[in-house]
Design a binder for this molecule. Sequence first.
Ligand code: BMA
Length: 822
Amino acid sequence: MRTLSLNGKWSLERPGRNKKYSAAVPGDVYGDLLRNKAIPDPYFRDNELDLQWIGETDWIYSRTFYLSKKVLEHDRVLLRCDGLDTLASITINGRAIGRTDNMFRTWEFDVKDGLKAGQNTIKIHFSAASKFVRRKREERELPQWGQPGGVLGGNYIRKEQCNFGWDWGPCLVTCGIWRDIYLVVYSHARLADVHISQTHGGKVIELEARLVVEKIRRGRLTARVTIQRGNFQATKKVVLNGKSAGLKIVVKNPELWWPNGMGPQPLYKVLVELRDGSGLLLDTWERKIGLRTLRLDRHEDEWGESFQFMANGVSFFAKGANWIPAEAILSRLTGNDYERLISDSAKANMNMLRVWGGGIYEDDRFYELCDEYGICIWQDFMFACASYPTLDPDLMKNVRPEAEDNICRLRHHPSLALWCGNNELEMGLVGDKWTESTMSWTDYKKLFDKLLPDLISKLDPDRDYWPSSPHSPTGDRARHYNPDCGDAHLWAVWHGQQPFEWYRRCGHRFNSEFGFQSFAEPKTVNRYTVPKDRNVTTYIMEHHQRSSIGNTTILRYMLDWFRLPKNFEMTLWLSQILQGMAMKYACEHWRRSMPRGMGTLYWQLNDCWPVASWASIDSFGRWKALHYMAGNFFNPILVSGLENNEQAAVKIHLTSDLRKAINVQVEWTLTTVGGDTLAEGSKKARAFARQSRPIQTLKLKKYIQEHSERDLMLWLELSVHGKNLSTNFVSFSRPKYLELRPPGITTKIRFDRKGAFIVKLKAKKPALWTWLELDGLDAEFSDNFFHLRPGKECEIQVKPGKRIEEAQFKKRLKVRSLIDTY
Ligand code: BMA
């Protein structure tokens, strides 16, 4: 089998117009128009609004290609499109080849008869998606929620739902050949399907390869399967008399694959070679797999029903975030962008991401990186925040191959942990809101209780399926917040305007969504604004905010916790501190609640354009304060303090995700806000494997009476053999009431290897949320937004985005802390 790529240079035009643009495939019309400088940057100010015509317009992609006679001598020549977005009619040499209506499917068309030796022309006409969904919606309106505006009716088309706008994303309805397009040329037979399953039994793992071939001619076929890693190699051969065959290979002394933080991520190469009777190689299939079991464990327990993931039989606390498409203009995403975001997740001690159902089934590279970094994937099917016309047999017919294509494409990835039917459908139409005119329960069940789970048990039987996120498996389906079973989306903080303390009243089994917004940092905001926009209440700042309660809500919570910031720039930074604090509040609490609660995935990891949002990494890849703080509150070993103002006490908790128990030393120091030590102590404790427990309660009544709640700070430090592994800070009072003194931070800078610098920081007085910045330059910081206290030095490694001299570094380095925000 050979493939002939049709990627590369195409041309783009609007029907009936003479103008032609050069186009890049894979790509999309926004990407192409931008490259041709035919439109302004849609992310700048409110340019987005002037570009809505793009989604209202049909577009035609075309190119020519040459074929030799030899190619056409093959038994089959197929046109294969890994992704067409979305309503496409394809012609080759003027002859109609086929139509498509699902961006998530892989399309194949037999095109041999329409091709000729020499020059051929392919044209793909995309109909305007905005017009299509509007028409459908006028015929019958199905409820949607989650989308603040944009083009409504996206639930009528199998296309990235957030392309029509979302409460963090722009509405840039696009079209195009968004994944590879090529001719597949073969004779005799090809591999139609390969599935590798694993049976784990202690020291050996048995792999079973099931092969399905598509045979055009009679004759003997053989397949050889090889598995290899390092010095290990095992090969088996099988003769295929019919269309399918299976064979088993034993892997001795297997190296197991583990989620990040639990062990390494060894990958084995699997190669399948298909040959004809004479030994001629017909087709190959090559993937990397990891040897592991990865299941969702649900069993009855003392609280209800467990909801925990288990890798190789070991339960683990899922730590991570929700993933949205990393670009609103998908074609701009590169492998480097994926690598940066996945490695950033691992750096923040995450072990799981949820690919949210309003985006796309991600690129292969995304899952390969998750395999490499040990980031487990909760994979939604692409249905979100709307009811869908599942009563329409055409939709069901369209979704079936969509699911099959993606299950078969992704199931060999060791990182894939769970298939989930949809995002928030059950939660959106609770109770009696489910009617025939919205989407009846019967229609809902056709897709999410029948079609999808049936396909999973047939095509990927070793993986679990969960119908919806959130979902509560017991009793009345509308009880989504049953804290004793299932997963929960907890939005009383933010959407419900509850205080952060609300999180501590929740003890759900798995928190798959909760979040708090912040603004992007000044460097990012400056890219989409002009100076007159730089006030959080301007039209442009509100345009780059899609949550209906957005900027006001950030400010409302901000003033509940912090002092009014002194200017625009500090408002941006302080919003990030606020967001980080909110998520720390929630995540530490839920980690303390393990094993009852076994997962927290905050909303959301990333952004798709520069915007105020719940993301911890902005669209330029800049870490917000939250991402640094996540690294600390997701630390495998965590010391945390739970203050109780009424009892004037702090309970010190020890939480460990480690697979082995270790001995630790926990030190606590009580100081005034001025930094004077009032009391201190230490305790040796055993951090039991995968457990959390309180180890000590500090009774501090006397100090509160003498000094007031507003003048106390409690500092916690956990170390093993003198090495500091986790620090924490507890206050009895909102930070706005702490009378912080100028901290007098001094820095010592030395050049480190590989163009990085080490900054040693020291403070005379306590400095809360100290952060470093390089003026005009991006940089990677080993930590940021940390607390400093007198007498404790802190070393931060800084890697500037480009090589600079020490003098330059010193000039650019800015060190600030909470007190500088007001
Ligand atoms: C959720 C998500 C998204 C949304 C987010 C923030 O529940 O599923 O639809 O963007 O909340 O509102």
